[in-house]
Design a protein around this ligand. Structure first.
Ligand code: NAD
Length: 338
């Protein structure tokens, strides 16, 4: 029997998680919660996704041609777990309902870590999340940093990490953002990314600096790592390539020297919405000098956390006992690996 799951918060992350749940052989999307009848509900409805709305609001949805399948209460009464992908801070408010109903819940990176029992990264701490009722999937930048650091630590050993994070100003659907500036965000060292990485790896020596630039496409990280022993470019490439969640591209040789070209590559490969689930590491931008390692990677903020959300559902509901077991299914179904 498939595990019944709901998505509360159907925006950039929620719609992608919902779509991924529908493809998984062991999960069933019972429905999504919508509060306002915007264009996204029309798309969901046309795709046959059951829509649940607050009691008394059914008429507002029927006016735009959407017939709700029931109320939020009914949906929450029929699932084992809710993925809460509401805007940062709202998940903590919604948690009261999940607690009252005894429902397991996933929260996203915009929530404070104390919303959950564990902050989650598949490659770092899958087992720690097994059977936990409340799990927080860390943000896009943190997910990418953790994949890299945990993999390198397992194979080579990481003594410390320093990263500059060049952040996109807003998501493509958003009509807001900076226009002609580079903004320190946050204006402090470390940025919240290092603090977030430490929610999963509390003993790691890490500092991060973050800057926002006027783009919507992807983030770019410049990561300096001191390894516990000398390494080589070949060993680093082999280590990173051991998971499909990190892709090492011969960037400059094939003309991919910008985030716009990575996006075009993904579009030409037929990726829906150009969703890129992988850390994209430039092979030409890996430099090793003994125990000093520099890596430059691009991160598609809208998509990178989707595989981890699916894995976290399996951890909470104990549908897979190890990271390898869940990743085998998630990565195959989502076709992870460019
Ligand atoms: P979004 O604004 O695109 O979507 C949020 C959705 O939740 C909207 O449809 C909104 O109508 C709905 N909503 C509003 N109030 C709600 C409530 N009280 N309960 C339930 N739903 C409500 O936001 P997003 O970008 O998808 O972000 C969701 C979470 O994912 C945040 O914690 C964010 O930090 C995190 N996240 C975002 C990104 C990204 O790049 N967008 C990447 C990784 C993680």
């Amino acid at each position: 029997m498939k595990a019944p799951v709901a998505v509360n918060g159907y925006g950039t992350i929620g719609k992608r998680v919902a779509e991924a749940i529908r493809q998984m052989p062991d999960l069933e999307l019972k429905g999504i919660v919508k509060y306002t009848p915007d264009y996204s509900v029309l798309v969901a409805y046309r795709q046959g996704i059951p829509i649940y709305v607050p009691k008394g609001k059914e008429g507002v949805f029927e006016e735009v041609g959407v017939k709700p399948s029931g109320t939020v209460d009914e949906l929450f009464g029929s699932v084992s777990l809710v993925v809460d992908a509401s805007p940062g801070g709202k998940g903590a408010q919604n948690k009261r309902v999940y607690v009252e109903r005894g429902l397991s819940a996933l929260f996203e990176g915009g929530e404070s870590p104390d919303v959950a029992e564990v902050s989650f990264s598949t490659l770092c701490n899958y087992r720690q999340a097994l059977g936990k009722k409340y799990i927080r999937v860390v943000s896009c930048n943190t997910t990418a940093l953790l994949r890299l650091i945990c993999l390198l630590d397992r194979h080579i050993g990481v003594r410390k990490a320093r990263a500059v994070i060049v952040r996109r100003a807003s998501d493509p659907k958003e009509d807001k953002g900076i226009v002609n500036t580079v903004k320190l965000d946050p204006p402090s060292i470390p940025s919240h990314h290092a603090i977030d990485v430490k929610t999963v790896l509390p003993d790691l020596d890490i500092e991060t600096v973050a800057l926002i630039v006027p783009t919507t496409l992807m983030h770019v990280h410049v990561v300096h790592i001191q390894t516990k022993r000398s390494t080589s470019i070949d060993e680093v490439v082999e280590t990173l390539s051991s998971t499909p969640r990190i892709v090492v591209l011969e960037g400059a040789k094939i003309g991919i020297d910008s985030t716009s070209k990575i996006v075009e590559f993904a579009r030409d490969l037929g990726r829906k919405r150009y969703d890129i689930y992988e850390n994209v590491v430039w092979r030409d931008m890996i430099k090793v000098n003994g125990d000093e390692l520099t890596i430059v990677q691009a991160v598609h903020q809208e998509a990178i956390v989707i595989p981890e959300n699916i894995d976290a559902i399996r951890a909470a509901l104990r549908l897979a006992e190890s990271a390898e077991e869940t990743m085998r299914v998630t990565d195959k179904v989502l076709n992870v690996g460019l």
